[in-house]
Design a protein around this ligand. Sequence first.
Ligand code: GRF
Length: 216
Amino acid sequence: MSHRLVVLISGSGTNLQAILDAIQDGQLNASVALVLSNKAGVAGLDRAHAAGIPTAVIEHKRFPDREQFDRAMIEAIDPYDPETVVLAGFMRILSDVFVHHYRGKLINIHPSLLPRYPGLHTHQRAIDAGDTQHGCSIHFVTEELDGGPVIAQAVVPIRSNDTAETLSKRVQLREHALYPLVLNWRAAGHVELHQDGVKLHGETLGIQGHQLEWQD
Ligand code: GRF
């Protein structure tokens, strides 16, 4: 049986596409049961349709508050009984209700080497700080925004002539490799959230998770 995923998106869905491609190529032993978007008409939904995957649109702006929106999402997701809920460019802050409900199953990709640069505009912030390295992180989601325990990071060197745009393109390439890799670990039962942090292959990881460096 392949590992059941539900993927949450808000936009272009290039990470979703990378996951779908890895499944299609036989590199990722998983299946996407549902793609849920909080925005109608986004490209990520077209990608799901093209792959024949059920979609749901639950627009946050139709709900009076965050918690009621999150409860509606839970109602839409739970019938699919996901083993991992994947945030892939999902641009809403989740309430504690949602985070508790999927604790240990909910993972996110963030475009920085956490704990550096939670929040937005991460590429520009890394350049402005004079950092020599940047990258992306996949982490379990907890109540703290972009603060949950990190599973893995891909490190990307910053070049002297990088702009936020050129850097973000190279980071995104790494995102597209890192998500299938981490999901494969999940599918094989190798990565779990424990009281004292993330365990990968039974070993507790440090705060930056498992670090991978790719050559550009
Ligand atoms: C990615 O850069 C991811 O790190 C961030 O949002 C972006 C999503 O891009 N959380 P896409 O929708 O997967 O193309």
